[in-house]
Design a protein around this ligand. Sequence first.
Ligand SMILES: Cc1ncc(COP(=O)(O)O)c(C=O)c1O
Length: 381
Amino acid sequence: MKFETLAIHAGQAPDAATGASIVPVYQTVTFTHPAIGEDRGFVYSRSGNPTRSALETCIAALEGARFGLAYASGMAAIAGTMQLLRSGDHVVVADDLYGGSHRLFSKILPNFGLRFSYVDATRPETIAKALLPATRMVWIESPTNPMLRLIDIAACAQIARGHGAWLVVDNTFATPYLQNPIALGAHVVVHSTTKYLGGHSDVIGGAVVIDDEALRDALLFARNATGGVPGPWDAWLTLRGAKTLAVRMRQHEANARRVAETLRGRPELAAVHYPGFPDHPGHEVACKQMRGFGGMVTIELRGGEAAARKFCEATRVFALGESLGGVESLVGYPFLMSHAAYSPEEKRAKGITEAVVRLSVGLEDADDLCDDLLQALTLCR
Ligand SMILES: Cc1ncc(COP(=O)(O)O)c(C=O)c1O
């Protein structure tokens, strides 16, 4: 079955007990046992819940993989994935990384004996150079947050596999509609479903997708042991959002392209980063591994911090806020918002300067979005 059909039907057969055509919200902690030692497939909602199972089956199907696990947030999914590791293990990380992942990798996990090396994975050979005997995992995002750099997933998978390490891809920005890392050789895909998968900025969630049964069992064991599961209402909202992922992504993409083209060449801007531009440094990689270029556009204001601040506070349709991937357009200031966890030097080294503004282009009318950005720009001269 094709993507649009899977999004609406995978894991979502009519309810066996009642025939309800929409998966019910199984708002229950426990499931009554017919007899001691017997159950009907569910025991206790931390371990398993039918609403959550429906979401997990659906997300796995969208990624073209066998297993999905839902988590309470994207960060819970990332922390859950790291529980595959043991003290002393080493991880090679693409240094262009969501600030929250960087915070977990630099401030929490070293306390448990994990070691991390950061590389510029836009050149995959840097991964090969950073591998140690103890390297068990390679971690990348593509496109990256917020600079929209592209990393060649198949090349990274080849390097990781050659070393017997797992390749993990945070696929939040691309979504399974545009990119399926497991088909490109990755072992694990993580999502903040808070973003495009949920799609309506009304529910925090995360997911991990895997094809390998032993990995699934290890992740499931760790999640049950540590408890970072979403409640049934949150799972239900995410599942409802996922049904329309394809149509939303098509419109996000069309609107983002209009916005990028409208902003390109404006005198107030030093750069417009959008992987759909043929001269974007990652365009070729994007064409190779993605089915589109997504809904994000990142700009750099010529007037530096003062202009960027003025711009972020002057938009009227684009709301100033954390997050991305919702139906409503958002403007973000990565230096002090999504990437606040990095030191100023680390941010500047990655090009995340005080002049950078991130746009999550929503589903409003494209003319309204472009008019809004242009009126805000005129205040930044
Ligand atoms: C690429 C990426 N991964 C993970 C996360 C974390 O997700 P959550 O906020 O759902 O915990 C985010 C959040 O912004 C993100 O942008």
